[in-house]
Design a protein around this ligand. Sequence first.
Ligand SMILES: Cc1cc2nc3c(=O)[nH]c(=O)nc-3n(C[C@H](O)[C@H](O)[C@H](O)COP(=O)(O)OP(=O)(O)OC[C@H]3O[C@@H](n4cnc5c(N)ncnc54)[C@H](O)[C@@H]3O)c2cc1C
Length: 459
Amino acid sequence: MAPSSSSPPIDLPQLRDGLDGRVITPDDADYDQARQLFYGGWDRRPGAIVRPTDAAGVARVVGFARDRGLELAVRSGGHSTAGHSTTEGGIVLDLSDLDALDIDVEGRTAWAEAGLTAGAYTTAVGAHGLATGFGDTGSVGIGGITLGGGVGFLVRKHGLTIDNLLAAEVVTADGRILQVDDDHDPDLFWAIRGGGGNFGVATRFQFRLHPLPQIVGGLLLLPATTETVAGFVAAAEAAPEELSGIGNVMVAPPMPFIPPDQHGQLVIMALLCYAGDPEDGERALAPFRALAEPMADMLQAMPYSGIFFPDEEEYHPTAVSRTMFVDTVDGDVAATILKHLQASDAAIRVAQLRVLGGAMARVPADATAFAHRDSRIMVNLAAFYDGPADREVRQAWVDDFADAILQDDTGVYVNFLTDEGAERVRQAYPGPTWDRLVEVKRRYDPDNLFHRNQNIPPR
Ligand SMILES: Cc1cc2nc3c(=O)[nH]c(=O)nc-3n(C[C@H](O)[C@H](O)[C@H](O)COP(=O)(O)OP(=O)(O)OC[C@H]3O[C@@H](n4cnc5c(N)ncnc54)[C@H](O)[C@@H]3O)c2cc1C
């Protein structure tokens, strides 16, 4: 049986004995800070937060939790939208002190420990004019994003993060430290490319690096109308694969670069990234600029790491969200999107549109545990809320909104699921993918020790 959330008391001296790394408990001054996740609303009190410094330490903590029936939550960057990387009473295995990065510039690969953030990795490899794609936010941990897939600004040019994963080190439930790749524990290597943290603790990853001395991109703010929203998606579909982007259709926030008279209007806050020759980039970006007179145009040549907004440590929003894929955003869909955004008064409400395809779509559906290779457009709907009553209102709004734009693609991307139940996890893994994942789970984690995740139960 999986340990439940009512974990027994933790024998702290035993946990600390011989462990290289910090053990933070409710008695420590920084406990409250250490238990905080990126999202607010997950007010859990772990019995201990443990920060090992190497894979052997991770294996020790895994064994300690397993042998004593303690609930174990694994944390890399703490950005779980479902609060999975914490636990009530159990142990948080916090990987943030595993932050070594070994870059092979000649060989164009890097071994990165799982406690690194996407931003730290991107800045460090960027110093050599190299890049691996993660997501749109620098503070996201490479652990969680990689294990779920990784959809970011290089997705059409170089595929998902997992399409650039060459090998990994994984600590399994029985405490073994495995080096996995296509030739060693290939089923496990397949499963961790999309199957999340279900199969063990990934302590380090080997990524492929791509030459990327600079990009042309950044933020472009356009008024949101039926024509510009549908036009944005059409332009992104027609763009060369070097260009990946995100269109956030939302109410203009009171940001300094937005003229005050336009705060509160519906806008497309677009984040665009052209990963190639700057002159070609200017040509590829022109159709977006031509959609309407931009309200702000911050597209420019810059290092790839410049695409991430700076981290705000004390920013812990509470939000509800709903993720889905759609096949098309034509004028009718665009009108429905605008109608729903207008109908809400949440302080922040957004329909995020990401056109996929390109390199991501060329990987066969069964090559990794991320099978949605044909999905065309990812849509993430979100609303911030303030307190439990407001949460219900906002949740009803995102659910309604999602129903209104649902098309034929019923898949979902696991990394944007919140705490939505077993059926939604199944939607992340269509038929044969699910069956194979269950088989691998049975083999590597038969007692479901690793269940604080979008869970694939062994039976
Ligand atoms: C602001 C924001 C922006 C985002 N943008 C994108 C985006 O552009 N593209 C995208 O693809 N996703 C994006 N995401 C989703 C993100 O990929 C997931 O939330 C991801 O799980 C976060 O990883 P983490 O390591 O920070 O989270 P954590 O909360 O630490 O972990 C998330 C889950 O993964 C497990 N896990 C983490 N590390 C390990 C490990 N080393 N071994 C085993 N299990 C592990 C945890 O147990 C937990 O179940 C975004 C999320 C946020 C909050």
